[in-house]
Unconditional design. Structure first.
Lengths: 371, 98
């Protein structure tokens, strides 16, 4: 492996951070698309020079940018995300029917095998696919139109489809997560979807273990074990061993089980990372001390990783798409904060150092391990 | 030929300077002007108007001749001073955000 490239989306532009395999010195490139919200930047596993970026503002709407040279230059591609048919309604915050309205792309998930194929998770919740490098987008409407769609309600951040995980062993099997509807899975390439939330319990909804209505913040999977997924729910860390047929809580000894980000070590499928956040009303670390928690047992037993992270007066948040790992021999772990820091650990979380300290608020972090 | 001034973010996207000249087809209206603008600069499709309904985006305004034309019908003829090029047609990103 020759090095890593960290793709950072922020409130005011995108940045590409590059380093060699030592991950000690970094080149900071950007801002790209200065002034625009960049919810996500992601690279194609099939062609690391192919990147996609979601660019939006409330003023001028949504664009999708594509790079074919690893982020040096970009070209806008298609930005028409049209729901299929008559979109209908979902529930609004007050419980009244609200028309489905496209707001933005939260997450871009390029195909493992084809750089021109990419999935997009959007707000209001839906999933779109492009097979022509982002020029055109078609909705996989079976998700939005399945039985529970009209009952979905937005979370505080909007009704977003924020997580897309494609089973590496079966590209027709895809997991998505929606705030605040929950987890859904398709086994037929997106034609039909079913809720997969059995075992989730959410005190903030009338029926605590309802089939839908759970505020799932993020999912993570190790590619070698596609039936094992980890979840950071609004409250609770959850785990499934059967492809989301059922979930069990593995929050264990965490000081708080609220948070947004969760990820899995590149080489150890039972090693997972979360960043505990004090509560849903206080979106900052406990006691002003920033800590990543690591479990080497697939949950329940957690250790605080604080070496190199601020241990006083730190009141940032780490958002759901803002943590990633590289696949160097010694796994690197990365996360970005709403204070504009991007932290990296080149030793699986034992020690941390900031790559950059003063970016705009970080919305997303992805990592490419370069050949 | 109608002089159009775009906001900074859209000038960057379209790779144009402060002012561009657009020739709408037929009667010069907001609709025909924006149709011609989007034909010449496809990257602007969806940034000023909804790409399907063609409704003006909520935080975008249209000014000309010291008037706010944002709420005019898109099929109303543009002011004569805009059509003759004496005055520019301004696409504005509304001040918002505190």
């Amino acid at each position: 492996m020759s090095g890593v490239r960290v793709l950072v989306g922020t409130r005011k532009g995108a940045f590409v951070l590059a380093s060699d395999g030592k991950r000690e010195s970094w080149e900071i490139n950007g801002p790209f698309f200065a002034g625009w919200e960049i919810y996500h930047v992601n690279g194609s596993p099939a062609d690391p020079n192919r990147l996609y970026a979601s660019q939006s503002t409330s003023w001028f709407g949504q664009l999708v940018q594509r790079s074919d040279d690893g982020g040096k230059t970009w070209e806008p591609v298609g930005n028409q995300f049209q729901y299929e048919g008559v979109p209908g309604t979902h529930q609004w915050y007050d419980g009244t029917p609200h028309p489905w309205e496209f707001a933005r792309v939260w997450h871009l998930e390029p195909s493992v095998g084809d750089p021109d194929t990419v999935l997009a998770g959007v707000e209001d919740a839906g999933i779109f696919r492009s097979t022509d490098g982002g020029k055109t987008w078609q909705e996989l409407a079976g998700l939005r139109c399945q039985d529970s769609g009209s009952s979905w309600q937005p979370g505080a951040g909007g009704m977003c489809l924020h997580t897309i995980i494609v089973d590496p062993s079966d590209p027709d099997r895809v997991f998505v997560a929606i705030s605040a509807a929950g987890v859904f899975r398709t086994d037929d390439g997106g034609k039909t979807w079913r809720p997969k939330n059995k075992g989730l319990r959410s005190g903030s909804i009338p029926d605590e273990d309802a089939e839908v209505g759970h505020c799932v913040h993020r999912l993570a999977m190790h590619p070698s074990r596609p039936n094992v997924l980890y979840m950071q729910k609004h409250w609770d860390i959850m785990r499934t061993d059967n492809g989301a047929e059922s979930w069990e809580e593995v929050s264990g000894n965490l000081p708080t089980d609220f948070g947004f980000a969760i990820d899995v070590h590149a080489h150890e499928p039972e090693t997972i990372y979360v960043v505990p956040i004090k509560s849903d009303s206080e979106h900052f670390p406990l006691d002003g001390k920033l800590a990543v928690y690591r479990s080497r047992t697939g949950g329940n037993e957690w250790e605080a990783l604080t070496n190199g992270l601020p241990q006083k007066d730190c009141y940032v948040n780490v958002l759901r798409d803002a943590m990633a790992v590289d696949s160097m021999d010694e796994c690197g772990v990365y996360f970005g904060t709403t204070g504009g820091q991007v932290y990296a650990s080149a030793d699986a979380g034992d020690t941390w150092a900031p790559i950059v300290r003063d970016l705009p608020a970080v919305l997303s972090v992805e990592v490419q391990t370069l050949p | 030929m109608i002089r159009v001034v775009l906001p900074a973010h859209l000038r960057t996207l379209a790779k144009v300077g402060l002012e561009i000249e657009i020739e709408p087809a037929g009667l010069a209206t907001q609709r025909s002007l924006l149709d011609a603008l989007e034909t010449r600069y496809p990257v602007l499709v969806g940034t000023i108007r909804d790409p399907v309904t063609k409704a003006r985006r909520p935080f975008v305004r249209f000014f000309a001749c010291e008037e706010d034309l944002s709420h005019d019908s898109p099929d109303t003829a543009l002011p004569e001073a805009v059509v003759t090029g004496q005055e520019a047609f301004f696409v504005i990103g509304a001040m918002a955000g505190g």
